[in-house]
Design a protein. Structure first.
Length: 214
């Protein structure tokens, strides 16, 4: 029965991706960044308009999915896993470091009430601290799953704790607009921040601007 459900859901997602049309309802990528004892934790969100959904993150032959840490690596907790299925909040008080694990998701930060599935992705490298790569895979939840709906205009797609390096890569996204039509976004850059040198320049520019206003 479980296998039948997975097959039915993935078939439905395949139809959703094929039927998708580009839409301005996709607003971009945003991030929550926290420096922790285990590395820099970056939560990646897909920004959409009110009432919209994010159903799938995927890679295909035309637009492969890649999420990496550049020359660095991702923190992976021994008690977690590569997807949100490994984020059991009952373990957080016993293994507090699990909170900072790296994982992919749709909408939720724990496995409680989480209906997310994945297909066609080999997470072996990611689970060892390396990258996620696929040209024929997806993690997803169906339009009937509450977690696909935006909250405050965004949907979480992953938490990545960088031991070193910088988050980089591209993903493809599929969702539904509030009116029930589909939207897609291809080759979306997941990089949250400008390079350190650029941040320093922005800081200097801000100082200079303040001095000119005085």
């Amino acid at each position: 029965m479980k296998n039948s459900k997975v097959l039915a859901l993935t078939a439905g997602m395949g139809s959703l991706i094929i039927a998708g049309t580009a839409s301005a309802d996709f607003q971009g990528i945003s991030h929550e960044v926290e420096v922790t004892a285990f590395g820099t934790m970056v939560q990646v969100y897909v920004d959409v308009e009110a009432g919209d959904q994010l159903n799938a993150v995927y890679g295909d032959a035309d637009n492969a999915l890649h999420i990496g840490a550049g020359a660095g690596s991702f923190y992976q907790n021994a008690f977690g896993g590569p997807t949100v299925a490994g984020m059991n909040p009952a373990f957080f008080p016993i293994f507090p470091s699990l909170v900072y694990d790296s994982f992919v998701t749709i909408g939720l930060t724990t496995n409680v009430g989480n209906a997310m599935l994945d297909i066609g992705i080999d997470f072996s490298d990611f689970n060892a601290g390396g990258a996620i790569d696929t040209d024929n895979g997806s993690w997803f939840a169906t339009p009937d799953d509450a977690q696909v709906h935006e909250i405050d205009g965004r949907v979480l797609i992953g938490q990545f704790t960088l031991v070193d390096g910088a988050l980089e890569g591209n993903v493809n996204l599929q969702g539904k607009n509030a009116d029930g039509s589909n939207w897609t976004a291809l080759g979306v850059d997941v990089n949250p921040l400008p390079a350190p040198g650029a941040i320093a320049l922005l800081g200097l520019a801000g100082v200079a601007a303040r001095r000119r206003r005085k």
